[in-house]
Structures are given as structure tokens and as C-alpha cells.
Write a protein of this length. Sequence first.
Lengths: 116, 114
Amino acid sequence: AQKVTQAQTEISVVEKEDVTLDCVYETRDTTYYLFWYKQPPSGELVFLIRRNSFDEQNEISGRYSWNFQKSTSSFNFTITASQVVDSAVYFCALSPEGEGYQKVTFGTGTKLQVIP
Amino acid sequence: ETGVTQSPTHLIKTRGQQVTLRCSSQSGHNTVSWYQQALGQGPQFIFQYYREEENGRGNFPPRFSGLQFPNYSSELNVNALELDDSALYLCASSPPRTSAIEQYFGPGTRLTVT
């Protein structure tokens, strides 16, 4: 069974502060994918990043960075110098790797509010 | 290139009624997945369609059914609506041979059951 836990329900930060969103996952699969999605108030899920379980290299994309640690089953997401436009609900998700259909399991989300 | 579109945007139904939600996949995508997102929760996988056949299903009762058409658009049908069916329904399409690892989501249909 797969499980994704996002313990932080809501976070508020002041603009320009750094913020880290936590994600812990459980899976019995040896190979899998991890994702982060952003959901603004409009409702559409926006893809941010996908990471294969073989690739533990951290990644930075502009103000976004991701820290994948297989040893602790965590895939945390940091926004540097937050902006008001970052206000949204952020979801971490997990999927087995393999041919054909693979179910994606989402966490319950972390609502980020960036205050001007 | 047109993204994933869904219709209608909002819908209000009465308990016991039936509803059909529609999704047009992104050009070139042949797989469609449907998700239910209750308020304050993450999306829950309902089912996936590939080449007009159901390719996988989550923990949803049979009154949730779907169709995929030759142009890869899709419908989600829900019979005998219950109050707990009130949610945002998201559709996602995927390019060939990518399935879950590459999904493009539509804006969703907000269903309210009274």
C-alpha cells in the first residue's frame, strides 16, 4: 500500500521568507516516482516536479528546490524568498514505476499563505 | 496547443439524481484519469481509461462509471448521487506510454449534491 503524509495543514509566511513543505511517504515498491503539484484557487493542479526513486540528487529550479532523502522516505519542497503568487495548496504524490496503469496517491496537501 | 478542458464548471444536483461530467484531453494524449477531490483533501483516484477501456480503478463503487471515445475525450457518470459525492472532479490526460508519470490536469468540475 502507498501512503503520503503532509503533516503541515496550513503555513503562513511573510513575503520574502523561505518556507519548507514537508512530505513523508510509505511504499513497498522498490522503484517509484514522487511528485509535487501546486493547486491555486482556480482549482487546476499544476505540475512542479517529478523525481524517480533512483535519483536522490537534489534539484533547484529558480526559487524552488527539492530535497529527496530515501533513507527517511522524505521529499521536501523549499520555496526561497516567497512571493504572494506562491499562495496555493501544494500536494505531494507517489506512484509506482512500471508498465501500464500506475495509481497516483496524493497527500492531503499543505495550504501556503504568503502575506505581503 | 489546447490543454485539458472540462465541462461544466459547476453543477448542482439533488441526491438520487445522475450526473455526467465531460473531459477533453490534450491533443495527442490517449490516456485519461479521473480524480475526486473532497474539500480540504487530496485528489483520490477514481479510474483511468486507455484506448477506450478502463485500465485501472480506485476504491469507488460501481455507480461511478466512465467512457472514453475514439478522440480520447472522456465522460464520468455518477448514478444515485449521495451528499458525499459533493467534490471537485478532476480529469487528467497523459501522452502515450507515460500514464501516471506525466499527467496534465484540467480545471475541474465542482459538483454540489443537495
